[in-house]
Each structure stands twice: as C-alpha cells, then as structure tokens.
Ligand binder design. Sequence first.
Ligand code: F1P
Length: 359
Amino acid sequence: MRHVSNSSVGNSYTVSEILSQPEIWRACLHDLSNDGAFQAAKTIAESRKSWLFVGCGTSFYLAEAAASCWKLLTGQSARAVPASEILLFPQLVLGAEPDLEAVIISRSGRTSEAVRAAELLSHKCKIPTLGITCAPESELAKTCNLTIALSKADEESMVMTRSFTSMLLTLQRLAFEVVGTRNVSSVFESATTGLASKMEGWNSRTADFVSQRPFEDYVYLAQGPFFPIAREAALKVTEMSHSYAQAYHTLEFRHGPKSIVAPQTCIAFLLSETGMQAETEVLLEMKDLGGTIIAICNRASDAVRQSSDLLFELEADAPEPALLAPFVVPAQMLGYQTGVKKGFNPDEPKNLTRVVILD
Ligand code: F1P
C-alpha cells in the first residue's frame, strides 16, 4: 500500500515506509511465532549469560537500544558496540565473559564492518553469533551461526525507518520470551494500535509545525533505554534534512550544551515514565530559556502539555520497553518533512549510500 505523501516529493518511498510501520510490526511479530530461526534463538538464549549487540549507524543505535532492554528485562550482562570497535580495538571490547552471545544487526547484511565483525567473532574468537537482518540471502546471514531475517521490514529508501523499529521489536520480543512473559504477543499490541490510530495526525501536525518554524539546529534528549532512541532520532533528522542534530542524556543537557538554547533551537524530549519528573523539570527550564519544545511521551502531565510547542502522546497500556519503537516515529516524520521543506529528496539523501562497503 503506497501512501500519498503530503509533500512536494510526491509518492516518496520514505514517507510510505514510515507510515507503514504499525502494519509491518504486526506482520513481523506475527511471523516470529512460526519462524524457525527465532524459535532456535529462544532455545540458545536460555543457555547464554552475557550479550554483545553490534551494528553500524542506525543499526548501532538499534544495538544500544536492544542491549538496554535486554539488561532491564533479563538482568543479564548486555552491551553494545559499533562493529568498527571490534575490528580496531578487540582487546577493549572482548573480555572473558561467560556464555557470551554476539548479536550482529544489519538491515542490508552487507555492511563491510558488520560482516567482518561477525567473521572475527564467529571464526576467530569462536563466539556464537546471531544475525538480525532484512536480507535473508546476505553475507551476514551466511556468516552468523544463526540469522533471523525480516524481509517484510526492508525498505526501498536509503534511510532506515521501519527496518530499525521492526528489528528492535524482534529483539525485544526475544527478551520477553526469554523471561517467560505470558501472552507475549500482546505486549506490543496496545502501542502498535495506538500508533496506528495516530500516524496520519502526527504526520500532518509535523508538516504544519515544520512549515511554520525555521530551526538552526535540533536536540534530542532522553534517559535510560530511550537514549539510543534519541541518538537514532537525531541521526534521522541529519540524514533526511542535512541539519545539525545532537542527542544527550536529558539531565546532561544542563551541564553545558544548554548554552545553545534559543527559539531557533528545536529541543525534543523523549519522556520516560520512570524518569518523568526529573526529565520534565529540564523541559520546563529549556522552555524558560526560550527553546522550542517537542515532547514525546505516553501520557502528558499538565505541565508538559502546557509547555510543549508540539506534543506527541501515545496513550498505550504497555510496559515501558514497548514505547521505544513508537517514540522514534515523530523524529522520522520531522526529518522527512524538514528535508522536503529544505528542497531535498529524503529518498536520496546527499552524500549517503544505502550500504557502506569498504575495499
Ligand atoms: C548501516 C548504515 C545505515 C545508514 C546507511 C548506511 O546499514 O549505517 O544505518 O542509514 O544506510 O548503512 P546496515 O548495516 O543496517 O545495512
């Protein structure tokens, strides 16, 4: 189903893929129940005690989000590194961790650093490797001991949107299964249904917001498992609109970076339920400094509602990890609409290629 984008780019792949996320999430999560690789990964996970998540670019931020959720849900040791660190500083990254599983994430399955990291881990270090990709016949799939492939989540576009969220949901689902969550298929349903009902409204409000305000730079702020989502959000705005976007831990923003705050600074808060009060205090301070405020949350307090220039409320009945994927969607929309406003074609961003292949 191709959506007509409300932009001068016409039928953009990117906006269609952004808007397709709820239906693609449902399809991917449904398929996992009969996916042999996913079922094998569940069995393997039961014997693992520590986890290393690996990726590049958007897939590295996906690795960070997956590691945070894995640690929060299972209590096991879980961390994320860029694939390049494994290649250049293996002694920094690899220690004597018992029963370690390495999870290598790559939409294309062709990114040289990711494939080379998988080869080193699997063949040289003899560390079991689990691949997560949207390309079942890729080099990554051929290199890892086991690979979960989400073909339905792949994109025509250069930038990763639904591939990011679908692969994240798959790894979160695995963690929920490992800890024996009952009725695991319902964990994401409320957030997915809630998002589906809001997608068109969020997209049109974002288009209006972008058309009315000139911004010089963008900041995404978050804590805990939402921080990797803030990093991915900033990357989406940079990739699609060639704008300068940064990400910080919310409370860290006070310690210097807030010096940039002005009306032409767009400051987006991904508000966790766990840290809501402390994060809201920062939001109110930045509003007082004159910043333009976007708030992304599950349910807004009166203070957040009154102080936000643009508010996205999901209103889902879901565990906090299930909010991570929906919380990146407003940034995907902002990046797209800003890119179109600046005269770019987000389907083919300047300077970028779909896959980074090294000699
Ligand atoms: C990783 C990646 C993307 C980025 C661009 C270049 O791709 O860095 O995150 O948006 O497409 O490649 P992959 O390893 O997930 O295919």
